[in-house]
Write a protein that binds this ligand. Structure first.
Ligand SMILES: Nc1ncnc2c1ncn2[C@@H]1O[C@H](COP(=O)(O)OP(=O)(O)OP(=O)(O)O)[C@@H](O)[C@H]1O
Ligand SMILES: [Mg+2]
Length: 462
């Protein structure tokens, strides 16, 4: 085993390496690295066309195995031996992906050797043995811990090519647009040399560009971009023409500790604006604040003034006199007309804001993020509830009443956390400089063990 890292070890280190699960795992995959190395001289003699042909043949074999597995599943469904409820379909999908992976596993050595050869020819970079080890770890759906500067970018190329041969797309998820572009351009030379399509997506990419990029074999993209593509797809799911993200098959998450642990619970939210012009709250406020408070007689129902208040229900109602004043101020004939439903709504909100809700009782006005804001006070505990807003235009009406900036009415239309999003992948893996300390979380939340890959200096020393 000439390729094994062979720094001098004392007796204790040698004993420990027998029981340490990390060492045991590495020793288990090491023979594949030996076999990749053994192919090197043969692959050096292959032309570009030869290398591409080899990959194409593997692609066909995976497709064949996939079709066979699918046909078998179809038979089971028809025979009634396979369930087709949500859990059943999920299990079938899992089995299908496993059948495809079994073929990929058989060809791992050949594909990794081809990728290394392509990297040598296009980038003058030869994957170190530890980078091949890291690549195997990534293919196996684990977290590869490789120290900073060890070359994780190049490590990812082998498993990306291998898993792209399934025809379902392989994603490299980074933390920002800059890295997505840089790594796609840089490593792209390898993929194109091997006849694979690669692209990246960034914030300014159009829907069409995104769709094209996801159709490629390999796609580089930042986590928030792919998360929002998923949400937008779901928001638009009535119109399948605009689906941009086709499948969530295999992903390598770069800086995986920051994306899958630190940001795991961060919700991605798409919210739509109601589109009510903010200025109208101020215009209505100017009209409503001049109205005179009256009363309604409990028995005769006779009213005085422009409006009367039901303190308990926290509502205020216009009298005939009040309605006439509002109609004149707005320059409309009949506020009750269905054409003026919006104005009626705003007037009611403004009445409640002015005459049913009290500053320093129901709410306070305090600076938040640099602007004066209306913050709800919990009626039971008396505690301020920053972030909460009254619905249906009431919060905006109170903002207009207090002459603070009126904030747009937002409706949440779709939401997902990063954790739930990434769990939807058939196969997930990740890489980072530090992960071992968070292994329990990776295993607990994602079933991804962490493997510490040795440094390449250990390799070079021999
Ligand atoms: N096999 C190789 N041959 C030559 N140079 C290499 C090889 N692998 C990596 N490098 C070089 O090492 C440097 C670091 O690589 P890379 O940016 O991929 O590291 P990283 O592990 O992603 O680090 P970070 O944790 O900072 O993201 C790069 O400049 C790259 O060119
Ligand atoms: Mg990196």
């Amino acid at each position: 085993m000439s390729t094994a890292p062979a720094p001098q070890k004392n007796l204790w280190q040698r004993l420990w390496s027998v029981v340490d699960p990390n060492e045991r795992y590495l020793r288990g995959i090491q023979p594949q690295v030996v076999r990749i190395n053994a192919l090197e001289s043969e692959f050096e003699r292959l032309s570009q066309q030869d290398l591409q042909d080899r990959l194409r043949r593997i692609r066909l074999r995976v497709a064949e195995a996939s079709r066979a597995a699918e046909a078998e599943q179809q038979k089971q469904i028809e025979a009634g031996t396979a369930q087709t409820d949500t859990a059943g379909l999920r299990r079938l999908r899992k089995e299908l992906i496993a059948a495809e992976k079994a073929v990929l596993d058989e060809h791992l050595v050949e594909v990794f050797a081809a990728v290394r050869e392509a990297a040598k020819r296009t980038l003058s970079m030869r994957h170190f043995d530890v980078q091949l080890l890291g690549g195997i770890v990534l293919h196996e759906g684990r977290v590869a811990e490789m120290k900073t500067g060890e070359g994780k970018t190049l490590s990812a190329t082998c498993p990306l090519v291998l898993n792209a041969l399934s025809g379902r797309g392989a994603h490299l998820v980074t933390v920002n647009d800059y890295l997505a572009r840089r790594d796609a351009d840089w490593m792209g030379k390898i993929y194109r040399y091997l006849g694979l399509a690669v692209d990246h997506i960034e914030h300014d990419s159009s829907s069409w560009q995104r769709q094209q990029a996801y159709r490629c074999d390999i796609t580089y993209i930042a986590n928030h971009e792919i998360g929002f593509d998923y949400l937008r797809d779901n928001y638009n799911s009535f119109n399948t023409n605009v689906l941009v993200l086709r499948e969530m098959h295999y992903a390598i998450v770069d800086e995986v500790d920051s994306i899958l642990i630190d940001e795991a619970r961060v919700p991605l939210i798409i919210s739509g604006s109601r589109g009510r012009p903010l200025e109208s709250y101020r215009r209505i406020q100017e009209i409503v604040r001049r109205l005179i408070k009256g009363e309604q007689d409990f028995e005769t129902k006779a009213t005085t003034g422009d409006f009367y208040v039901d303190e308990k229900a926290k509502t205020a109602t216009l009298t005939e006199e009040g309605q006439r004043k509002v109609e004149i101020a707005l320059g409309i004939e009949n506020l009750n007309d269905s054409a003026h439903i919006e104005e009626m709504h705003l007037v009611n909100a403004a009445l409640r804001a002015n005459f049913c809700y009290q500053r320093d009782v129901d709410y306070i006005v305090v600076p938040q993020g640099g602007v004066q804001s209306v913050v709800i006070v919990d009626t039971f505990t008396g505690r301020p509830q920053p972030g909460r807003r009254w619905s249906d235009g009431l919060h905006q009406a109170i903002e207009a009443k207090e002459s603070v900036p009126v904030q747009d009415e937002q409706q949440t239309v779709a939401t997902v956390t990063y954790q739930n999003f990434f769990l939807m992948y058939d196969r997930l893996s990740g890489m980072t400089g530090t992960a071992k300390t968070e292994e329990a979380e990776f295993v607990g939340a994602y079933e991804m063990p962490v493997v510490v890959v040795p440094t390449s200096t250990g390799c070079r020393r021999q």
